[in-house]
Design a protein around this ligand. Structure first.
Ligand code: SF4
Length: 293
């Protein structure tokens, strides 16, 4: 008999739950509801909401929302997007996560209160990620985005530095970056750094390591576009090499269930609980067939 567990700490973070609840409330009133970018980095959840009347728009198709309702997802948007939506006569349903909103305000205040000739705003984050685009907008697109150590050469180490982090980056990566900058800055440079990493994500790493170690085989369920999913799956694999990344139920390989006694199912902050439950049901079916054969 195979024991199957779903990780209690996996699944949507509070910001995503809140955005989806707002979308569903609006859809109950009427459809369609437009959303800017995928509401969550999970194709199956996007499809579920699409079937209820949610239509995803991108920067090049935003005109379609003229005079309609548009939901801003948890990642937030730069001020320029709000201006565009205002010009289009759109009713904005703002589901920016409060944690992201606070970070946006901190970046804006730092940018506006520190003279540009003396200070550089640096954001540790993924280039092109929606949250990072929203943060850059708070600094009139004058901040430096650092994704890897190679990007550090873009910083002027003779000028003061104000460092922030995208909410979903790893704490270890942020601390390494601080050490790297401290080693390179000139003696008279002021270096301010604010830990703006969301604990809804950071705390999942130690939890997921323990969960992965405690099972013979692990199925990590994620969307193909989820960067948080990739980071958490890496941690799973480090803790338990018998970990498998799956995007949908059909990706479960029955061979990986042979000769094992426990299966762990976990996922990213963008993985819906209903999907992990379906994965558990499928594994149960496969396991009972293996027992009967
Ligand atoms: S990870 Fe944190 S900051 Fe990002 S949406 Fe979720 S709760 Fe908000």
């Amino acid at each position: 008999m195979i024991k199957i567990d779903i990780d209690d700490h996996s699944g949507f973070c509070f910001g995503v739950v809140r955005a989806i609840e707002k979308a569903e409330n609006e859809l109950q009133t009427s459809a369609p509801l437009y959303g800017l970018g995928d509401i969550v980095h999970n194709e199956l959840e996007v499809e579920r909401l699409h079937n209820k009347g949610m239509i995803t728009l991108y920067a090049d198709s935003i005109e379609k929302a003229r005079g309609q309702r548009v939901l801003i997802r948890a990642h937030g948007e730069p001020p320029s997007t709000y201006d565009t939506l205002h010009k289009l006569g759109v009713q904005v349903i703002d589901a920016t996560c409060p944690v992201v909103l606070r970070l946006q305000q901190r970046v804006k205040i730092a940018y506006e209160t520190h003279p540009k000739e003396e200070w550089q705003i640096v954001i540790y984050g993924k280039k092109g990620h929606a949250e990072v685009i929203g943060l850059l907008g708070q600094a009139d697109n004058n901040a430096i985005v650092v994704e890897h150590t190679d990007d550090l050469d873009r910083i002027d180490f003779n000028k003061n530095i104000y460092l922030f982090s995208q909410t979903t980056k790893s704490l270890n990566g942020f601390n390494d970056l601080i050490d790297n900058i401290q080693n390179r800055i000139s003696a008279n440079v002021v270096f301010e750094h604010v830990d703006t990493i969301c604990r809804q994500v950071a705390n999942r790493i130690p939890n997921i390591r323990i969960f992965a170690q405690n099972h013979d085989v692990v199925f990590f369920v994620s969307g193909e576009k989820s960067s948080n999913g990739k980071a958490l799956f890496d941690e799973c694999q480090k803790a338990n090499p018998n970990s498998h990344l799956i995007f949908k139920i059909e990706d479960i390989n029955p061979k990986s269930l042979a000769n094992i006694t426990s299966v762990g199912i976990c996922g990213a902050t963008s993985t819906p609980t209903w999907l992990m439950e379906k994965v558990a049901e499928k594994i149960k079916d496969i396991a009972s067939q293996l027992t009967n054969n």
